[in-house]
Design a protein. Sequence first.
Length: 359
Amino acid sequence: MNKGIIDQLTRLSMRLGELDKLLSNESITADLDNYRKLSRERAEIEPVTGLYHSYQQVEQDLATAREMSADPEFRDFAETEIEAGKQKLANIETEILKQLLPRDPNDERNIYLEIRAGTGGDESALFAGDLFRMYSRYAERERWQVEIVSQSPSDVGGYKEIIARIVGYGAYSRLKFESGAHRVQRVPATETQGRVHTSTCTVAVLPEADEIAGVTLNPADLRIDTFRASGAGGQHINKTDSAVRITHLPTGIVAECQEGRSQHKNKAQAMSVLIARILDKQVRAQQAEQAAARKSLVGSGERSERIRTYNFPQGRITDHRINLTLYKIDQIVDGELNELCSALAAEHQAAQLAALTEK
């Protein structure tokens, strides 16, 4: 390990000692908030400091084995111990580096999933419907809840746009790499000549913000419009102006909700989407300013960035960011996304590890 990482581990070990002294003080529980804060901090750094102590012990064992190797009587045994020790040291180092990787504070959050038809006309709208079904089926497998916030159905099926809230622990950590342009190649149902068409949809995955998130909205900066929800009609057709559209005037960001019959609930949902979009814009601006020389292998998540191709005639899905091709398109579009999600997360972690060791 490089000196910078060792220095960081040394500081963490010293901090653990300080925390143990503080938490052993009889008066610590007088301030429960501070007690919880210190306990949480200790729980976060204890695993990596434990690994560091194991690393140091293996280093000592290796030094002893090297000394033993100078004695012909113990040379074979010592060399075996040295090889085993080197491997163990490498494994512990990898685990330490993983523990030191910066954690995404949004990983445990619920998400807003936004899917919009792109180029390709009716076929693009149908593909948007297929993507929404894919993510909904994946959510079912994970036992997450899917709530439609707003939708704009296409005349031929599918959606021009659909926005849904997915409620489930870790939803963002699993689906955050889905943002970008998704391309489909297939023969549309309306194609009489059997020709393969190419269409695209854009997907955006936004972490749901806490109610007390760091976004302060001035009521004067908001324009709130109410309107009658659109729909196919029938006995439940909306006869009141319950749909809500909120515009954040300084940024031009708009959010709307028309799925509920309560204007109050629709307003609350639209406000939640608006805050998530504002936070997303702020994060992307920061990332653009702090862009590292090494670009993450899983891409920037830009909406215009083509990330994946679904080729139905050949039965394959290719993720262009990590050059992964899987010949199981039917299973994937039916919601079996774990292999793709895990591969993207692993590649992202590998890029983070590489950046950490280069410092």
